[in-house]
Design a protein around this ligand. Structure first.
Ligand SMILES: [Mg+2]
Length: 489
């Protein structure tokens, strides 16, 4: 189907158009570690190069989404708009269709070829990045593996070896890459190598693995990293390493409460999206936005006891009524909510809400929130860099008519996430303003090594007994202790 190693297409006639497709998050929704499961202390090292193993983007497991997803041929994981551009390109005799990715060839080639074949995509070329000698890079810290430089050199190589190409189009998701490729194409046009070209930016919200798959993947990665770090240090502990060497460090995970809130079931989240998305999509295209709609935040971290007591505690059922809809700078949409008492049978509300049952009567809580306006963040545009908590900046609230003021029921829960346990910080350096060893040598020039050590210990003991701290102000008192000390045997 493809030739990964030569850029020349000898038998395909005189093609005039080069279409280059990136893989991750351009053609395929490659998952990233989910910030709902891991805190930033772990997310950063997981995705960075060679901090935990060789890093997420160099680990085959980052594309292994579990049997169920693979059996479905990754259904729902393809970015269909781009898939149809690939198909158009495949069918156009004038177009050369290329998949070009910064994923490393020896790790990912089989997997990526299998994935695109399952989708019926046929590329003239599938080009992955050259293999990286990970151990060497770790020891030297020197090798550069810039994906943009790699891709630019490949595109230039294809054009040089296929002079019939006059038009270059690239599909790419990362804004910094889009800018660099636009510059590169402008240069190729300016120097007359091609007639025109474009870089089409693909916007798609981040995707995450099924939760159980992701947890297993990350825990396995961390365990492997820790074994690797231990073995690596045994082998390399006495080597002189250059300053840039990436020394693997063992890590320990711990969990903590990210925030406490009123959490909704998936049914209620679906209800929210069904009833309220149509109200905010009139003139905004939110197809690539990130959906939340699953909780009302009460407080960051674990709620203080008095607040939790006031709310009814963990597990309490809280009813809220949707009062208004609001947005902030076209980046985030939210629903303002207020507490209501338990709905009666005549109240119009989500069908899935438990109503006046014995069970729900048992532990009815109250909506208590540190946010000035308690709300449900519904959607936000991560492709613009928006964060869910920007909903706290909303001042543009539009009241809803009573017919749209639905009542929703959720339970108070803590959102637990996993991060890296911090190493205990070293004790602050004591300000040893007086060097006991130096003072001792001044007054007893005849005594040597072990005797000085004994004298230091003795003086420290006497200082401690007398409440004398080691500071310049106490130098005279310390000197007195030294000159009055008995001879050290
Ligand atoms: Mg990409």
């Amino acid at each position: 189907m493809s030739d990964s190693y030569t850029l020349h297409i000898p038998n395909n006639g005189e093609k005039s158009i080069l279409n280059v497709f990136d893989f991750d998050n351009t053609l395929f929704r490659s998952p990233i570690p989910n910030p709902k499961l891991w805190d930033s202390s772990l997310l950063g090292p997981l995705t960075a190069f060679q901090q935990i193993n060789n890093g997420w983007w160099h680990d085959i497991r980052s594309l292994q989404l579990g049997e169920e997803v693979e059996n479905s041929m990754w259904e729902g994981w393809w970015i269909e708009d781009v898939v149809s551009k690939v198909r158009q390109s495949m069918e156009d005799p004038q177009s050369l269709t290329v998949l070009l990715t910064g994923r490393v060839r020896d790790i990912f080639e089989d997997q990526i070829l299998r994935m695109v074949a399952s989708k019926g995509l046929i590329f003239d070329l599938v080009i992955l990045k050259y293999p990286i000698h990970y151990d060497q890079v770790r020891l030297s810290g020197e090798e550069s593996h810039s994906t943009t430089s790699f891709k630019k050199s490949i595109v230039e190589g294809i054009i040089t070896q296929n002079p019939s190409i006059k038009h270059v189009h690239m599909w790419e998701d990362r804004p910094t890459h889009v800018l660099k490729f636009r510059e590169a194409i402008a240069e190729m046009i300016a120097c007359g190598r091609i007639q025109n070209g474009s870089v089409i930016q693909v916007l798609d919200p981040p995707s995450y693995m099924p939760e159980s798959v992701e947890k297993r993947t990350v825990f396995d990665m961390v365990n492997e990293h820790n074994s690797f770090a231990e073995d690596w240090l045994k082998v390399n502990f006495n080597k002189q390493l250059p300053a840039g060497a990436q020394i693997p460090k063992k890590i320990e995970l711990n969990t903590h409460v990210k925030y406490t809130g009123v959490f909704f079931s998936q049914d209620i989240t679906d209800f929210i999206l069904d009833r309220y998305l149509p109200l905010l999509t009139n003139d905004v295209n939110i197809s690539h936005w990130t959906v939340s709609a699953d909780h009302v935040t009460m407080c960051l971290f674990r709620c203080p006891e008095p607040m939790l007591d006031k709310s009814g505690g963990i597990g309490a059922l809280v009813y809220v009524k949707v009062l208004a809809i609001g947005q902030y700078e076209n980046r985030v949409w939210a629903l303002k909510v207020g507490e209501v008492s338990m709905p009666d049978e005549n109240t119009e509300c989500c069908d899935n809400i438990p109503t006046n049952t014995q069970e729900s009567c048992a532990n009815i809580g109250h909506l208590v929130s540190n946010n000035p306006i308690p709300h449900i963040t519904v959607v936000y545009d991560q492709t613009q860099g928006a964060k869910a908590n920007e909903s706290n900046l909303i001042t543009d609230w539009r009241d809803l008519p009573p017919s749209k003021q639905h009542i929703l029921g959720g339970t108070i829960q803590e959102k637990i996430i996993t991060g890296i346990k911090k190493a205990p910080s070293p004790p602050p350096p004591t300000k040893a303003a007086v060097s006991l060893g130096t003072l001792i040598k001044q007054h007893y020039p005849e005594i040597k090594g072990p005797e000085i050590g004994k004298m230091v210990k003795f003086v420290q003991l006497r200082m401690s007994e007398s409440g004398i701290t080691n500071s310049k102000d106490n130098e005279d008192r310390i000197t007195t202790l030294i000159v009055t000390a008995p001879a050290m045997e």
